[in-house]
Design a binder for this molecule. Sequence first.
Ligand code: 3HC
Length: 311
Amino acid sequence: DPTPEEQAFQARIDAGEKIEPKEWMPEGYRKTLVRQIGQHAHSEIVGQLPEGNWITRAPTLERKAILLAKVQDEAGHGLYLYSAAETLGISRDEMFEQLHSGKAKYSSIFNYPTLTWADIGAIGWLVDGAAIMNQVPLQRTSYGPYARAMVRICKEESFHQRQGYHIMMKMARGTDAQREMAQDALNRFWFPSLMMFGPSDKDSVHSKQSMAWKIKINTNDELRQRFVNETVPQAEFLGLTVPDPDLAWNEEKGGYDFSEPDWDEFYEVLKGNGPCNRERLGARVTAWEDGAWFREGLTAYAEKAATRRAA
Ligand code: 3HC
């Protein structure tokens, strides 16, 4: 049976109140937020790697500047979200240790390779498009610092999505080779983008409790359906084909019917066996180790400054 404190807490959630860091919260609520916000932050940081791979190879100076700005935005989103997670009592070093040891997850989508420039378009259009679907409702999540971080992040995501779609428009209307590259990128990123929303509701272990606590506002399947309904017309506008033979408009439900992603592939990627998992985690661990001297210098300087102030 819920304790009086848990009942009072749930009444606050049901009344749509925001929970702030210093206020009482059930340990499960705190742990769920540390897990989700931490993994969301990790996704932003690891998500810089696939796109970073093309900054030096962007086709024009303008595209290079746009991609550089987007990758820098993602770093900022990560730092924003790590700060939100720190309000729950976990340190940044602990979160990095969880990521580097494989204990903490990051979004499966970043374990796929970026083979051509069109992939950068598909990522902006589909991956940031899916992220927008997932993050807009999170602006109303019950935990104050997370909801406020989402407001700022969502503003920048629309630029991310728009620049990606613009790349796809350019290539879909370009030469045959460019159009084929755009179609190939859509073929490779379509189903992995659907997996970003998580397992189907029947297989989602956290959804029920996360919905009760308004940590999750919509279910995984609801957001996935919304993403498909909005994105298929965008693909048609590009003159590209969504790689799903079972995709069909269902007038009765007012949405598209579509094939389930390959959930075996999804769980393999989560286990670390995706195309780029080792490379992505390796890049993060190397960056962390290469930066050790700099962190030690900063800490030594801060300690010396503190001793001087104390003297
Ligand atoms: N990749 C990796 N792990 C995933 C996943 C995915 N696409 N989808 C689900 N999982 C994991 C969950 O983390 C959970 O594992 P855990 O208990 O070890 O954490 C397990 O699979 C079961 O899934 P559930 O649906 O029960 O888990 P959640 O209730 O946490 O739902 C979620 C998953 C919808 C991703 C939710 O965590 C969420 O909304 N997170 C915040 C948003 C987020 O992280 N988005 C990532 C997109 S990347 C991004 O936004 C960057 C942008 O700039 C592109």
